[in-house]
Ligand binder design. Structure first.
Ligand SMILES: CCCCC/C=C\C/C=C\C=C\CC(=O)SCCNC(=O)CCNC(=O)[C@H](O)C(C)(C)COP(=O)(O)OP(=O)(O)OC[C@H]1O[C@@H](n2cnc3c(N)ncnc32)[C@H](O)[C@@H]1OP(=O)(O)O
Length: 301
């Protein structure tokens, strides 16, 4: 799936392949490189083959200050994921953050506030694409959640196969859209229902719950809560457990379980984009976003 088609020239320029040792396919030392495998990525996404786990890549999100999912950041994530999917030396990805204390602040509100319908449509298509790419990935995708993870950040986490959360009370996770005066799209809702069940999801969505780690574990929005300095090692050991399963059987099973949910969006992607553009363009919604952005600024004092 050629994802670079239709990218804005700036974005395409941002994503010039990083200098790599010729012939260094991801995950394999290049001839004569001597120092092992090479990383690749782009300004906001660093992908490093895990030196301790063959076939595993660590994808570090580094869009400071809060890994907000801007269009450029989404594009870089998509292209990095596509590279990994296409490189058969990789069987698993650990997604984590390089922004201290924050996994991802979710969708970038400035991509939706004060923007024209055409931009909102382009942005939403990229949001849909990231979800589909992660949710349906043939790779094992493990979230090493080392920071707070509201809304879109929670969706990214929920789209992984397994979630390890650092036991820091500040690192809450949840679909908090109602607190902003907006609504989680149906496919965000579907993934939450699939993960924590209908009643728990209904309550969490309406109240915009951000679950601290202990509650997140209890409700099932994450699979494991560990001390902060054990998140990456735990993700790695869980990855080894998942990679012990033959890829083809695991991939077919993942598709069996997840395709009905993904199909609900795939069958109506354009309608979903139009719904989003209509909804986000409402004066009342733009006002809500303005109020929320102002609160974020006032918070800084
Ligand atoms: C009927 C049909 C319906 C169809 C569907 C319709 C609609 C769906 C629409 C949207 C769905 C949205 C899902 C989302 O993801 S919305 C985003 C939700 N995110 C949040 O609520 C998090 C907001 N941020 C925070 O709470 C804090 O920033 C955080 C706890 C993450 C970090 O706090 P900290 O104190 O460290 O940092 P801050 O000073 O608050 O922030 C630094 C800097 O970053 C800006 N910023 C923070 N979050 C965002 C964001 N999500 N987008 C853009 N910018 C963000 C913040 O304003 C500061 O900026 P500046 O003042 O330094 O310029």
């Amino acid at each position: 799936m050629a994802l670079t088609v239709g990218l804005r020239p700036l974005t395409r320029a941002l994503l010039r392949p990083w200098a790599r040792v010729p012939g260094a396919a991801l995950g394999r030392p290049a001839a004569g490189s001597g120092d092992g495998v090479r990383c690749f990525g782009s300004p906001r996404v660093l992908v490093e083959p895990d030196p301790a786990a063959v076939g595993v890549a660590v994808m570090k999100m580094r869009n400071p200050p809060v890994n907000s999912l801007s269009l450029e950041f989404l594009t870089e994530l998509l292209i990095s994921l596509e590279k990994l999917e296409n490189d058969k030396t990789f069987r698993g990805i650990i997604i984590t953050s390089d922004c201290p204390g924050i996994f991802s602040a979710g969708l970038d509100l400035l991509e939706m506030y004060g923007r024209d319908p055409a931009h909102c449509a382009e942005y939403w298509k990229a949001v849909q694409e990231l979800w589909l790419r992660v949710y349906l990935s043939n790779l094992v995708v493990i979230g090493a959640i080392n920071g707070i993870s509201p809304a879109g950040g929670c969706l990214l986490s929920l789209s992984c196969d397994y979630r390890v959360l650092a036991n820091n009370p500040k690192y809450a996770i949840g679909l908090n859209e109602t607190l902003l005066g907006i609504i989680a799209p149906f496919w965000f809702k579907d993934v939450l229902v699939n993960t924590i069940g209908h009643r728990a999801a209904e309550r969490a969505l309406q109240l915009g719950f951000l679950f601290p780690p202990s509650d997140a574990l209890q409700v099932g929005i994450v699979d494991q809560v560990v001390p902060e300095d054990q998140v990456q090692s735990t993700a790695r050991s869980v990855m080894a457990q998942w990679l012990a399963i033959p890829d083809h059987a695991r991939q077919l099973t993942k598709n069996l379980v997840r395709k009905p949910t993904a199909d609900r969006l795939l069958q109506q992607r354009d309608a979903d984009i139009q719904n989003f553009v209509r909804f986000i363009s409402r004066d009342s919604i733009q006002k809500s976003l303005h109020v929320y952005l102002e609160k974020l600024k006032q918070k800084k004092g």
